[in-house]
Design a protein around this ligand. Structure first.
Ligand SMILES: Cc1cc2nc3c(=O)[nH]c(=O)nc-3n(C[C@H](O)[C@H](O)[C@H](O)COP(=O)(O)OP(=O)(O)OC[C@H]3O[C@@H](n4cnc5c(N)ncnc54)[C@H](O)[C@@H]3O)c2cc1C
Length: 487
């Protein structure tokens, strides 16, 4: 069967390239505004940078330091919105920022920063403001912290999303429920017409190789760190150097702390986190320039050594054998004109009216809904379509199902079947890493591989060879996450 046949027919109002959190959010917003939407994702939804993130829904104290007030304000507003529309995925999380050997002036600066953070959170925030702890209180809360030089700590609240991959998928599911055609493993290879307005795309089925054309009145480039490659596929003369790409990694370690702990590396002063996540301490992240294909980004032994060194200075019990596996993601940061070194996390939306192209540069998961709202508004302006955005009020589909115990306790087979039949799960890794969080268990889902493969094989009619190659590909993925090992 030709998977791409759903792309044929009359023009879509908008075709979105990239099914990360931002493209999925745009697909949902546009479908809810009554537009005819196509969403195209070369791999699986949420499997790009969205899966490589620290998984925080936060304004970001670090960005206050960079005086990025607009970003912090927007993200703190969006944090409250996500707690409201996705309470099954986004949860409040308490942070602890310990002070070590800091002068009075520095501590006052941090305290002022936290007061500003409370203020920017607005009057309607759901979570309490910051508070200060003595050294003794800090050690009672987190006994594994290093005692030498500890002066006390500040506590404050932000939020966490266990599975931003699932957040992306729920946006896709709601977009589909409102008429969008969404397709994973569908890669945009070029514009249908090499010159003039962008009135269509050539799409390749990444699983079977077939190509098809689709027609669309507006195209959105939401390809995250692949942005520039996609921009050139759409318009060969597209300007280069519009984004800067940097790699960040995380390590899943034995649990060290109950709260999220904010620390500063002794090597270079960079802020990093030790966060409770699915029974681990999730340690990260790094920030190094990266020029390769984002799909190939991995944690290297040097990356892991940097984080181990940084974290063990504060958690002396942390040893290399407590590190289980890693992940890596590539940020796409807007290159501001005139300042090559600018690394602001603030996104930018660009509209090319002549070609009918909307481009999304940069962004965070935290602000994805607002970014999608702005991008969809730009699409609506090009189409002269007027309809309000409703995504800030409308809960995501799982918000109701998340509180439904029978669904949560569905048998393993039933979960696989549901993922395949209703959630566009077409590969083994889709199930383990993005439809569920089983791939993040201590054995990374290894003990369930044959059971899951046999259900998907039955559902999708895989040959024995295809089933074997899916299992082998997933095992290779597991091995890749463990390849950072420090000897
Ligand atoms: C290490 C790290 C930590 C981070 N931590 C946080 C955090 O804690 N909180 C936070 O809010 N943000 C965080 N971020 C930022 C956040 O992860 C990203 O801003 C966000 O995930 C970007 O989403 P996106 O949809 O733009 O990109 P992506 O998720 O990368 O999606 C782009 C998609 O486009 C697809 N694509 C590419 N080319 C094509 C093509 N030709 N055809 C079809 N599809 C294509 C890709 O496969 C990909 O799925 C972090 C980022 C990194 C790297």
């Amino acid at each position: 069967m030709d998977r791409l046949s759903a792309l044929a027919g009359p023009p879509f109002d908008v075709a979105i390239v990239g099914g990360g959190i931002i493209g999925s959010g745009i697909a949902r917003d546009a479908a809810l505004r009554g537009l005819r939407v196509a969403l195209l994702e070369r791999a699986d939804y949420g499997g790009g940078t969205t899966a490589g993130s620290t998984r925080l829904i936060h304004g970001g104290l670090r960005y206050l330091e960079m005086l990025d007030f607009a970003l912090v304000r927007m993200d703190l507003t969006e944090r409250e919105t996500l707690l409201r529309i996705a309470p099954h995925l986004v949860k409040p999380l308490e942070f602890l920022l310990p002070f070590y050997n800091r002068g009075w002036l520095e501590r006052s600066r941090l305290k002022a920063g936290l007061m500003l953070y409370d203020l920017l959170s607005g009057r309607h925030r759901k979570m309490p403001g910051h508070r200060m702890y003595s050294a003794a209180q800090t050690l009672r809360i987190e006994p594994a912290l290093c005692r030498t030089g500890l002066q006390g700590a500040a506590g404050y609240w932000d939020a966490q999303v266990d599975s931003p991959e699932r957040l992306a998928i729920e946006n896709v599911l709601d977009a589909r429920a409102h008429g969008a055609v969404t397709m994973n493993y569908a890669e945009v290879v070029r514009a249908a017409s090499p010159t003039g307005p962008l009135d269509g795309l050539v799409v390749r089925d990444a699983l079977h190789g077939a190509e098809r054309e689709l027609r669309a009145r507006v195209i959105v480039n939401a390809a995250g760190p692949w942005f520039e490659g996609v921009a050139r596929r759409l318009v060969p003369a597209a300007a280069r150097g519009r984004i800067r790409t940097t790699k960040g990694i995380h390590l899943a370690a034995d649990p060290l702390a109950r709260r999220a702990v904010v620390l500063f590396s002794h090597t270079d002063g960079r802020l990093f986190f030790v966060i409770p996540w699915l029974g681990y301490s999730w340690i990260g992240t790094t920030d190094t320039d990266y020029a390769g294909d984002p799909a190939d980004a991995r944690a290297t032994p040097d990356d892991a050594r940097y984080l181990l060194h940084a974290a063990s200075a504060f958690f002396p019990a942390l040893a290399p054998d407590a590190l289980h596996w890693s992940n890596a993601g590539v940020r796409s940061l807007v290159m501001r004109p005139g300042s090559e070194s600018s690394v602001s996390r603030l996104h930018r939306i660009e509209t090319d009216e002549t070609r009918g192209l909307v481009s999304v540069l940069g962004g965070k998961i935290t602000g994805y809904r607002a970014i999608a709202e702005q991008a969809t508004a730009a699409v609506c302006r090009l189409l002269r379509h007027s309809a309000p955005c409703t995504t800030a009020e409308r809960p995501l589909p799982g918000a109701a199902a998340g509180n439904n115990p029978p669904l949560a306790s569905a048998t393993f087979d039933a979960q696989v079947v549901r993922a395949v039949r209703h959630e566009q799960c077409v590969r083994l890794s889709d199930f383990f890493l993005r439809r569920t969080t089983l791939g993040f268990a201590r054995d990374q889902g290894e003990s369930h591989i044959s059971e899951a493969v046999s259900v998907i094989q039955r559902e999708l009619g895989w040959s024995a060879a295809r089933a074997d190659s899916e299992a082998a590909a997933y095992r290779r993925w597991i091995a890749g996450t463990r390849a950072f090992r420090i000897r």
